[in-house]
Design a binder for this molecule. Structure first.
Ligand SMILES: Cc1cc2nc3c(=O)[nH]c(=O)nc-3n(C[C@H](O)[C@H](O)[C@H](O)COP(=O)(O)OP(=O)(O)OC[C@H]3O[C@@H](n4cnc5c(N)ncnc54)[C@H](O)[C@@H]3O)c2cc1C
Length: 343
């Protein structure tokens, strides 16, 4: 399809046209299309559900490949472990719900995250104390540098907080993800205090997966972090900024200005909730600039209002980032991939 408006392929619903858009439903078709474009020196943009990209108003002058590779196979691996191979184009939330229905534990806290399976290793999707990195066994990908299919074991994926090998470079096209789940109706130990509290439990408890998933969905709904009719976040990328991990000097500076700032120990420093910083710096829920706004339910979700252009969202994001940096010294980093636009 030539001249396809990308707004229709992203949750934000903004952005210009793709010179060409291809929906690749078969693995070979996906790899061949990317290899052909690479050989021609044409820019390629991979798209899953479009729930973590901001496409600029100028669109994308190249080939956009919507990853649509389906398929799911299960294999028992002894000790109650089950390996599930899932095509990159499968809906993540549908997959999680099948796991819940089949009594497979390990992804119950990740229910309700939009997008497709192939994108989950890209930013090591996480929520409510779980990350996909904990259950990814291996990732099958088309290696654009070597021109061949490869299998990367989890330890080769360089997973970090909202980070991975796949986020740092465009070299790999994820075609399939292998998850190692546990055949158990009991959830993995709870790590997130707010979730434990919602369940009337404490951190470390292991309630049934179905109860954990229901509590996660209720919390996500209360924060407007689900996609659905009438939900503002349906036109967002979820959290626009990642939670910053600060060094000692940055924490001291923040403390001088905001002595009560919440914080959590994290690998490499101290994690401070970005949503708290955004609100503390005056960007209250519902704050509006042009046709973009801070969600009225969650300070980290920037939403596109009716008639918004990408520039509205980007301008608001820039104002928030600069406002927070000016008052706290902390420069928030965007979580989504910015295509043809920058803050
Ligand atoms: C309401 C809402 C709530 C959200 N909540 C969460 C949350 O709780 N936790 C969280 O981590 N995220 C959350 N997100 C962000 C988003 O849903 C996830 O990052 C999701 O994994 C993105 O999937 P996608 O298929 O939409 O990816 P896309 O947005 O299409 O792509 C994201 C990036 O991955 C690349 N990519 C996509 N597919 C492939 C592939 N097959 N191979 C290589 N690269 C690929 C793209 O090029 C792009 O750089 C939320 C978003 C919304 C709108």
């Amino acid at each position: 399809m030539h001249g396809t408006p990308l707004a229709a392929w992203t949750t934000l619903g903004v952005g210009g046209e793709a010179a060409e858009l291809l929906v690749a439903r078969e693995r070979d078709q996906l790899c061949e299309a990317v290899a052909r474009a690479d050989a021609q020196g044409r820019p390629v943009l991979l798209l899953g559900g479009g729930s973590n990209v901001v496409v600029g108003d100028g669109g994308f002058d190249g080939l956009v490949v919507r990853v649509g590779v389906e398929g799911e196979r299960e294999q028992e691996d002894g000790d109650g472990s089950v390996l599930v191979r899932v095509g990159a184009g499968v809906s993540w939330d549908d997959f999680v719900r099948r796991c819940l229905a089949e009594g497979l534990a390990g992804v119950e806290c990740l229910v309700g995250v939009p997008g497709l399976v192939g994108a989950t290793p890209v930013q090591n999707v996480g929520a409510y104390g779980q990350e996909v990195a904990e259950v990814v066994e291996a990732v099958q990908a088309w290696d654009r540098a070597r021109g061949q299919l490869v299998v990367l074991q989890a330890r080769e994926c360089a997973f970090g907080y909202r980070d991975s090998l796949f986020k740092r470079s465009d070299r790999y096209v994820v075609t399939e993800v292998v998850f190692r789940l546990t055949r158990s109706g009991t959830a993995k130990p709870l790590r997130y205090p707010e979730l434990a509290q919602a369940l009337g439990a404490v951190v470390g408890d292991r309630p049934p997966c179905s109860e954990v998933a229901a509590a996660v969905l209720a919390l996500r709904r209360s924060k407007g972090m689900v996609i659905g009719p009438g939900e503002q976040a349906s036109r967002s990328v979820g959290s626009f900024f990642v939670n910053p991990v600060l060094g000692e000097a940055e924490v001291r500076l923040l403390d001088r200005r905001f002595p009560g700032a919440p914080r959590f120990p994290a690998p490499g420093g101290t994690k401070v909730p970005a949503a708290w910083l955004v609100e503390a710096c005056g960007f209250h829920k519902g704050y509006r600039r042009g046709r973009a706004a801070v969600s009225s339910r969650h300070a980290l979700a920037l939403v596109a209002l009716d008639g918004a252009r990408a520039a509205d969202v980007v301008d608001l994001a820039r104002e928030v980032r600069d406002g927070v940096a000016g008052r706290t010294g902390v420069v928030l980093q965007p979580e989504p991939r910015l295509v043809g636009c920058q803050l």
